[in-house]
Write a protein that binds this ligand. Structure first.
Ligand SMILES: [Zn+2]
Length: 584
């Protein structure tokens, strides 16, 4: 307390910028009449000016894009706690606010720069910075941002020009949190796991139907996030933030996902975000997130101001209640570290039939035949209406897994430790080769996607449990589950998770048959196998009787026998990662 007062006394000396006229601090957004957003260079320049003018701010880029741009970060701390260690010593909550993960949806940049300028320079509501440390990323997808032009977001009402959704490598960063292909995402994960923010705020602009709300939001509240943390978001943060945003003149509603766009009486639904998204990812790291989605049909200024007020309301709650959140988050970390082993981790979630009624403020659509599409044209009339709609928010677990004592991964899968490190997952290495009994999986019905998705050829399969003795070489990774980030590891390593390495196609080479038998060799071997093994003969004959394509194909028939011969590759379709039920 004393040190704070001491700082305040020094302020007039430390902060010569207080004499700067506000005009000198206009952003490119302000001086364009709120119609334009600044380019990358101007944004970085502005961040540097803020940092030069305020002792509480530091400009510290945290990574480099594939096209060579620094990814900007402003750290704001009145204790000048500009490193994770220094921040931890203050005991204050850390909020990471990110804009421009989709660079065309850039409202968060102008809102965040304006808010930090107003606090740091104009001293408006500067007390909010007493109790919280802010990490502000004005543009996450920096290369996408500089693919600048007026034709990047057809549905969106400004700014005049804007960036592009994906990175220079055409990757969508908001699908990349787990597989971490993009250098930008690798930088973000390093930032995230070194600071371990207590709240993650991700600013977007939504597409979809027309409605009256300027801004929508969502936060995780399913079984993918520790209950106490999501409870705090609902009971402490949202209960204060939502009225504050409404009081600022902006209508706000839960992220709008209608079951049917043209018949809202069918209702809307929430859901749990898979961890490839920022929100689902933070949840796996035991942290709450707030997804902000302004409404694309509203003018740019309205959207930026709605985001501004929402961010300010979040800081206001963190100012008064952030230490409580920090305590809950750290306690969730300790709970996971202490009790992940044996717990049941949900891998896939869906929606149940539970709902409650909510009043929705819509804009009435009408339809007419379309001459150009040949179908139905939807016109939003601008006419507001109100409707009580069912809001489906019952999240159910569709698949889950018991968390093992540890996972073991052979060293040849070198991408695994690289990505685990980014996620802050701790592991050891086997000093010498060991034969161990593991639970693992044999894959059946393997299909690899015929088209790429996010640069990967995703795989689908059934994962059949197997238990066997395996030799793991020296250097194999041992990943214990008694750690804070255990749940991230489970989702990366359990094949039934939709964001596992296997599901993303990162283990596809295990699905390739690399040896085969010449048919003239297999003829003799196959005959002997069928003669010696009556049960195999029966299985073979049943297959011939049941599957005409199989029956007609000499190659398939002989390969079927080859795959059951001693020459077959025992590792084909076998998951090299093992689950350990206890200490080695
Ligand atoms: Zn977006």
């Amino acid at each position: 307390m004393r040190s704070r007062w001491f700082l305040l006394l020094l302020l007039p000396v430390l902060l010569p910028f207080r004499t700067f006229p506000a005009d000198g601090w206009r952003t490119a957004y302000d001086s364009s009449g709120f119609l334009r957003t600044p380019r990358y260079d101007a944004t970085v320049e502005y961040c540097k000016r803020l940092a030069a003018a305020s002792p509480w701010a530091r400009y510290m880029p945290f990574g480099r894009s594939p096209q060579g741009r620094d990814i900007p970060l402003l750290i704001v701390s009145r204790d000048r706690a500009f490193t994770p260690d220094a921040a931890a010593k203050t005991g204050k909550p850390v909020v990471l606010i990110q804009a421009g993960i989709h660079a065309g949806e850039i409202d968060g940049k102008d809102a965040g720069l304006g808010l930090l300028r107003d606090m740091l320079i104009l001293k408006q509501s500067v007390n909010l910075l007493d109790s919280v440390i802010v990490l502000f990323v004005p543009i996450f997808n920096v290369d996408g941002h500089e693919r600048f032009g007026p034709y990047n977001r057809i549905n969106q009402n400004g700014p005049a020009e804007m960036g592009w959704r994906t990175t220079a490598q055409n990757l969508n960063l908001n699908r990349d949190y787990m597989k971490a292909d993009a250098p930008e995402m690798r930088a973000m994960l390093s930032l995230f796991t070194s600071w371990l923010p207590d709240l993650y705020v991700d600013c977007h602009v939504t597409d979809g139907i027309d409605f009256q709300y300027d801004v929508t939001y969502t936060t995780e509240c399913g079984p993918n996030i520790p209950r106490a943390v999501s409870g705090w978001m609902q009971d402490t943060l949202l209960s204060r933030v939502l009225p504050a945003v409404e009081a600022s003149g902006h209508r706000i509603f839960w992220y709008i996902f209608p079951r049917e766009d043209l018949d809202l009486s069918k209702g809307m639904q929430g859901g749990a975000a898979p961890p490839r998204f920022s929100t689902g990812y933070a949840a796996l790291q035991n942290r709450p997130s707030l997804l902000i989605e302004t409404h694309m049909l509203k003018p740019y200024r309205v959207r930026v101001e709605a985001t501004y007020h929402l961010l300010k309301a979040v800081l206001t709650v963190l100012h008064s209640h952030g230490r409580e959140l920090r305590r809950l988050v750290r306690s969730a970390d300790r709970t996971v570290a202490g009790s992940a082993e044996g717990s049941i981790e949900p891998l896939r979630m869906g929606m149940g039939n539970g709902f409650h009624m909510r009043r929705f403020l819509g804009i009435r659509p009408r339809t007419e035949p379309s001459a150009i599409s040949g179908g139905t044209r939807v016109l939003y009339t601008g006419e507001p209406f109100e409707l009580d709609i069912p809001f489906y928010d019952e999240i159910i677990v569709q698949d889950s897994v018991a968390v093992p004592h540890a996972y073991i991964v052979p060293p040849e899968w070198a991408f695994v430790p690289e990505i685990l490190r980014l996620h802050g997952i701790r592991f050891e290495r086997l000093a010498a080769a060991r034969t161990v009994e593991v639970d693992s999986y044999r894959f059946g019905n393997v299909q690899c996607a015929s088209r790429p998705y996010e640069g990967r050829q995703a795989a689908t399969y059934t994962a059949i449990p197997v238990r066997e003795l395996r030799l793991y070489p020296a250097g194999s990774l041992l990943i214990p589950m008694n750690q804070r980030a255990a749940r991230v590891a489970v989702h990366l390593l359990e094949p039934r998770s939709g964001d596992s390495f296997v599901a993303w196609g990162m283990f596809n080479s295990i699905f390739e048959q690399k040896e085969y038998a010449e048919e003239y060799m297999m003829e003799g071997v196959g005959r002997r196998m069928l003669e010696a093994q009556p049960s195999l003969r029966k299985e073979f004959e049943d297959r011939v009787a049941a599957d005409s394509a199989f029956a007609r194909s000499p190659g398939l028939r002989l390969n079927w026998l080859y795959l059951r011969s001693p020459w077959a590759d025992k590792k084909l379709n076998l998951y090299p990662v093992g689950r350990l039920s206890g200490k080695l």
